[in-house]
Design a protein around this ligand. Structure first.
Ligand code: BDR
Ligand code: CA
Length: 311
């Protein structure tokens, strides 16, 4: 049976690829997609998600608008990475469909409450505002969640927004603290692994060679996206952060990690948003997070391209 998941997202070119791969994967039953302000503000993340659902010809999947700002801090966006639209590099038409009625946080709560214990997987690809808010509003959803499989954090790799903080955690560290401290089993794709999951120029060409609207849009978006990390970090390509979560759900053996306790710094101006792992068991905290550290990068990219080829 396909695994029921909710995707929570702020597209973002790498979010876009994650959404396309998920919607192309029969192993996953995408119950709905919730949007959150992050890479670009609401309502742009919502419009972008609607565009992607149409591109994938999966308008059966409802898209819910979620939170418009972090719980405590002002919204920080990342147009410097993703361009002013969030998905620069392609020119997808204005969506014909509308967001579903209701709020994303309530969709998460209602879907979990209607499910059996341990049934629903939540897959956050942006700041954790919606997930943290859902947990605070209705903590009885916690036992319904099988696992949160998320992109965020940086451990031995450091940060990409401050020296120690990764973007998704930095934007809403308070929400991230709520989620990591909730006791829900977590599988975490931090920069430590996503910086090994590089999309190279040859992968962009393979996507373009698919000769389909989804292949063209993916090649266009990634062709734009890779320039930032190549210039900023001297990488050979761009880290395909968010698709690591979906690839893990489809093919977990591609990834290797360690299960440890993780929490998030919220008090220090210098290190706010840092994810802290207890690698050596120095605290009494339960090891609830599997932090991924390695990936079979070539098999990962093969999977991404093969799935986009199905659309
Ligand atoms: C994360 O931040 C965003 O810019 C990307 O979409 C990804 O979710 C990487 O730090
Ligand atoms: Ca994202």
């Amino acid at each position: 049976m396909a695994r029921p998941i909710i995707i929570d997202t702020d597209p973002g070119q790498d979010d876009a690829i994650a959404i396309l791969v998920a919607l192309a994967s029969p192993e996953l039953d995408v119950r709905g997609i919730t949007t959150v302000a992050g890479n670009v503000p609401q309502p742009l993340v919502t419009t972008n998600t609607l565009r992607l659902v149409e591109l994938a010809k999966r308008t059966d999947v409802p898209v819910y608008r979620g939170c418009s700002r972090p719980i405590v801090r002002k919204l920080n966006t990342a147009e410097y990475v993703h361009g002013p639209t969030g998905i620069d590099g392609t020119d997808l038409p204005e969506p014909a469909i509308e967001p579903a009625l209701g709020h994303g946080v309530d969709f998460i709560i209602d879907t979990c409450l209607a499910a059996a214990d341990g049934e629903i997987t939540i897959c956050p690809l942006g700041p954790l505002t919606n997930i943290g808010t859902a947990i605070v509003k209705e903590p009885t959803i916690i036992p319904k969640i099988r696992e949160i499989v998320m992109m965020g954090g940086g451990f031995r790799e450091g940060g990409n927004t401050t020296p120690v903080a990764e973007f998704n955690i930095y934007v809403d560290p308070h929400a991230a603290r709520i989620v990591f401290d909730s006791g829900v089993p977590m599988t975490v794709m931090p920069l430590d692994v996503t910086h090994k999951a590089l999309v190279l120029p040859e992968h962009v060409e393979r996507l373009r060679a698919l000769g389909t609207p989804a292949g063209d849009a993916s090649a266009g978006m990634l062709g734009f996206y890779v320039r930032f990390d190549i210039e900023r970090y001297g990488f050979e390509g761009g880290p395909l952060h968010d698709p690591c979560t979906i690839a893990y759900l489809v093919a977990p053996d591609l990834f290797r990690g360690e299960t440890v306790a993780v929490t998030v710094e919220i008090d220090s101006e210098l290190t706010i948003g840092q994810t802290i792992a207890d690698w050596w068991g120095m605290t009494d905290a339960d090891p609830q997070s599997t932090v991924m550290l390695d990936v079979d990068a070539e098999a990962f990219m093969d999977l991404v391209i093969e799935r986009i080829g199905r659309l």
